[in-house]
Ligand binder design. Structure first.
Ligand code: FAD
Ligand code: UDP
Length: 380
């Protein structure tokens, strides 16, 4: 028998498994896909180009412990993520910053506006678009309206099917207006790409002799939740169980389906060395897709030809071939989520962890941090 069963092999599951195994516990991982790594999985396509199968992933963090921990499993390609938005035939830096301001308004007009922004918020500050729109100054409001209309409104409608003011403010707050000339998408102390890809990190983490991985194994087929205990393959299991999948789906959506956004990814190969000016171009006013990623510009891979990917967001309906990517965080959905948490809260050995299981918008570093601290608790 195992000391611990982990459901899911994304960062949440892999970190827990590796830490538990290193603490001497025997660990079983159940993963319903045919590979490890969850949404951070990457693989070479038929042209030898390393692609991210489930959307572009750039590692960034201010958390030293997380950075040091992951650095045990990889070296880093020193990459600073810079995104541009395609606006009426030109490419402008996103997040909107002073460089963007100058492109949009021209140097002369931008100079006055720039001074106003610095005076109001301070150089280097990060102002969420919804906050900027509340400013009383007419010039600042005009900038806010421009940014709202040209960067946020249509992109957010595509991504979430809702206007920026109708979704959780923390979501648009991830990409604030920057009162600086920093064109980077993230300002974190550490950022980069794993030198040999993400999948290799997972391979290393899960190669620990105390870890057994079962692929193509859906937890729903092997667990039963009884009044006072959880059965694994028909027998009571009192070791730790860490679940990183969607909580509603574990209980047949009995209180209703938790709403998610999913994505359709459309990959195309070109026999050209370069497709676009940056690794990621956001389409903030036009097109049905939100962004195009050109992988070799993310990973630094030197190779002939290039593969790009378009992302088409849509509502998750639970169909077999869909994956729930983004929790839609609001009061109503939180209440439904809590009902599912109530079902499992009576089992002391059952733990919810990860972007799905916690119904939260986690970056990689956030989930690694959470996983590290959960294991510290469990092995205390
Ligand atoms: P996942 O990676 O989703 O892993 C969950 C695993 O559980 C999956 O492998 C799934 O198959 C498995 N599973 C689920 N249910 C079951 C079941 N019943 N039985 C067995 N197995 C099951 N973060 C960043 O820091 N930088 C980025 O640039 C970035 N870009 C992103 C882009 C996109 C499009 C998306 C969707 C997310 C992005 N993220 C990014 C967030 C990042 O993907 C997550 O933080 C991370 O994947 C969370 O890991 P996780 O283990 O919680 O979930
Ligand atoms: N956003 C936007 N325009 C952009 C970039 C982001 O409207 O050019 C909004 C959109 O609502 C998006 C949110 O900001 O969902 C967060 O963006 P982020 O790039 O962090 O999303 P992720 O990479 O997690 O999909």
């Amino acid at each position: 028998m195992y000391d611990c069963i982990v459901i899911g092999s994304g960062f949440a599951g892999a970190v827990v498994a590796e830490r538990m195994a290193s603490a001497g516990k025997s660990v079983l991982i159940l993963e319903k896909r045919n590979h490890i790594g969850g949404n951070c999985y990457d693989i070479e396509d038929e042209h030898g180009i390393l692609i991210h199968q489930y959307g572009p992933h750039i590692f960034h963090t201010n958390n030293e412990e997380v950075y040091n921990y992951l650095s045990e499993f990889t070296e880093w390609y020193n990459y600073s993520h810079e995104v541009v938005a395609y606006l009426d035939g030109t490419y402008v830096p996103v997040p909107f910053n002073i460089n963007t301001l100058r492109i949009v308004y021209g140097n002369e007009k931008a100079r006055n506006l720039e001074e106003k922004l610095i005076c109001e918020y301070g150089f280097g500050s990060r102002v969420p678009i919804l906050k900027l729109r509340e400013n009383k100054d007419a010039d600042i409001r005009a900038i806010a309206d421009f940014v709202y209309e040209n960067i946020f409104l249509k992109y957010t409608m595509k991504q979430w099917g809702q206007k920026p003011e109708d979704i959780d403010p923390a979501v648009t707050g991830r990409v604030p207006v920057l009162v600086s000339k920093d064109n980077r998408y993230f300002q974190d102390k550490y950022q980069g790409m794993p030198l040999n890809g993400y999948t290799q990190i997972f391979d290393k983490m899960l190669s620990h002799p105390n870890i057994t991985v079962r692929l193509n194994e859906d937890a729903r087929n092997v667990f039963e939740f009884k009044e006072n205990e959880i059965l694994f393959e028909g027998k009571a299991f009192d070791g730790e169980i860490i679940y990183t999948g969607a909580l509603d789906e574990l209980f047949q959506c009995q209180y209703g389906r938790l709403p998610y956004r999913t994505l359709k990814f459309d990959f195309t190969y070109f026999d050209e060395d370069s497709y676009q000016p940056r690794a990621v171009v956001n389409y903030t006013v036009s097109e049905d897709f939100t962004r195009i990623t050109e992988f070799k510009k993310l990973t630094g891979q030197e190779i002939k030809g290039t593969t790009i990917m378009k992302e088409y967001p849509m509502a998750y309906t639970g169909e077999e071939d869909q994956i729930p990517y983004y929790a839609i965080m609001n009061e109503e959905n939180a209440q439904m989520y809590d009902k599912y948490v109530n079902i499992v809260s009576k089992y002391n050995n059952f733990h919810l962890l990860g972007r799905l299981a916690e119904y939260k918008y986690y970056n990689i570093d956030g989930i690694v941090e959470k996983a590290l601290s959960l294991v510290k608790e469990l092995v205390k």
